[in-house]
Design a protein around this ligand. Sequence first.
Ligand SMILES: *Cc1c(COP(=O)(O)O)cnc(C)c1O
Length: 376
Amino acid sequence: MKNIQMVDLKGQFEGIKNEVNASFQEIMEETSFINGPHVHAFQKDLEEYLGVKHVIPCANGTDALQIAMMGLGLKPGDEVITADFTFAATVEVIALLQLTPVLVDVDPETYNIDPDKIRKAITPKTRAIVPVHLFGQVANMDAVMKIAKEHDLYVIEDNAQAIGANYHTREAKTFKAGSMGDVGATSFFPSKNLGCYGDGGAIFTNNDELAHTIRGIVNHGMYERYHHDVVGVNSRLDSLQAAVLKAKLPKLDIYNEARKAAAFKYTEAFRGHEQIVTPYREGDCDTHVFHQYTLRILDGKRDALAKHLQKKGLPFGIYYPIPLHKQKAYADERYNEADFPVTNRLVKEVISLPMHTELDDEQIDYLTGTIIDFLK
Ligand SMILES: *Cc1c(COP(=O)(O)O)cnc(C)c1O
């Protein structure tokens, strides 16, 4: 059996090697390292793929979220509602901009932000909602968009984990994850579903004015050379990374299908097991692109299982072990433990299994067999 890794990018590289090597050579010959033609070409390709008017590449996903919030003109003291169960980057940028993060509990089935909890958290100071499409599954955007409309709030989609996922609205329209809110933010960190070979990110929007504002913000607040109209940042995607992404983008749907196929096999193997809750997914499951394949292990056995896998040298991840509202940096006396029953439970039960485009049946059988044998 091939050695099992949490993320395996080697096989994927084989499929794009010639194109990437040729582009790298070209970029080095041209010395067009920053803002070169490869960046522009990838940006256009991604706009078309996502069906959005504007993609603004930037340096990483955390920057993308921060710049989106800056672009919307959110001001210190504005309240921004987001999920308690997510990677810290989401809440980090809210706090960095001196906005007030308001963490709310998540849905017990999808682990995504719970729309009812959003409603309860709205105050006169609320300005924005940040749904995170966690583990590759799109949040309940019908409900989020409805709430945002009713209360005149911005929606910033944290799409770092769900690029390529589709969302089917109540009106039977289909959108790509990240293209429904006022603005979407994504990450091209190597292990993400569309990953480069270093750091990268992008912001998406259909709003021309916002796109213009953001293009200035990523470039030191410059709209005309050496005229700094607003306080900006320096956040760029470099040409080498853009070349990798340009080669991978036409294969993104194939990559996501490979992830889904692995997820189906995992789920099939665990079917009916009383101590294992497999990931919820809707219908044919194209709203879930399985950035992670995350199980809940019941009866308090998660930690023992983790230890067992570790002993056997099998990789796994605990995403995430601590709710954000309990993190030292984001704890706040406003929070009441009774408001977070789902997150408080998930952090004790979740375990993510290896998930990437190169998993084969033998590896999946071995992993699922090992887990089932242990829990028996
Ligand atoms: C990865 C990730 C980010 C941050 O992306 P970076 O490129 O690492 O800065 C933000 N939000 C979520 C949900 C993520 O998974």
